[in-house]
Design a protein around this ligand. Structure first.
Ligand code: FPP
Length: 260
């Protein structure tokens, strides 16, 4: 049997084990390991990022097919500016190129794309492509793809705290009115349900300043696979693992015979 056939068989076995009623509505992904993948193959790190775009395309397709509604991916963190300038330029060009090539397909699939983060330092051409992609797809309602770029969870929390402090200083709100709901309404992800599942590839067990507020109760799945090797099969494994968890949100599991 060919490797491709074995892979297809294993994939369909996993598909059968998925509970279609318990698909996470919102999945967040830290796509990690691009550089290591390329280095292992004796290639420049940038090859890993390029391959990473194809993987992302596959995972968007699978998520949508499964009935997931929102995917939020970490494409560029506030800390990524400290990489060699050549790699940073490559990544920014890659975002422009991938968006230009894929936006028609994204739109045809009725996917809405939204960029989350501080876009100010990005080159003007990238800002233009981001803005036109967002406006082209803004009415699409089958699926939402959030791409976090120049994003940091702490920076987002500080931004919200500043806005609330200003409102309080100007007398618009009382300090006693500051609560989680108000905080939520000012986040960059306002209006979007928190992710039920966070997937991080490449075996790293950190949150790395990603969606610090929003991930408070998310289930975390660490895959040992480097992002460029991640695929539908590994993604299904993550969902099955998630479905086996008991989500208690700090409470206790309710027993079948207990009325309340
Ligand atoms: C982490 O791997 C990956 C990134 C910093 C970039 C991820 C970006 C993409 C996959 C492209 C997405 C494209 C669009 C249009 C959204 P790493 O470089 O940190 O790998 P390492 O840990 O092995 O060094």
């Amino acid at each position: 049997m060919s490797l491709g056939k074995i892979f297809e068989n294993k994939k369909s076995d996993l598909s059968k084990r998925i509970d279609k009623q318990k698909i996470p509505e919102h999945i967040a992904i830290i796509m990690d390991g691009n550089g290591r993948w390329a280095t292992k193959k004796g290639l420049p790190r940038t090859y890993g990022h390029k391959k990473g775009v194809n993987v992302l395309k596959e995972i968007i397709k699978v998520s949508k097919k499964l009935g997931c509604k929102v995917l939020t991916v970490y494409a560029f963190s506030t800390e990524n500016w400290t990489r060699p300038s050549k790699e940073v330029s490559f990544l920014l060009n890659l975002f422009s190129e991938a968006l230009s090539n894929e936006i028609e397909g994204i739109h045809e699939e009725s996917i809405k794309i939204k960029f989350i983060g501080d876009l100010t330092p990005f080159p003007i051409n990238l800002k233009k492509i981001i803005s036109s992609s967002e406006s082209l797809t803004k009415k699409n309602n089958k699926f939402l793809l959030n791409v976090c770029v120049n994003y940091g969870g702490r920076q987002e929390i500080v931004k919200v705290a500043k806005e609330i402090a200003l409102k309080s200083f100007s007398g618009e709100i009382e300090p006693s009115e500051v609560n989680e709901e108000l905080f939520n309404s000012k986040l960059l992800t306002q209006g979007i349900k928190d992710p039920e599942l966070l997937i991080r590839t490449s075996g790293e067990k950190r949150i790395s300043n990603f969606l610090l507020w929003q991930l408070a109760y998310s289930e975390i799945y660490i895959s040992e696979i480097l992002w460029p090797d991640f695929n539908e099969f590994e993604f299904l494994k993550a969902i099955i693992d998630y479905q086996s968890r008991s989500r208690r949100f700090g409470g206790i599991e309710s027993l079948p015979n207990e009325s309340n």
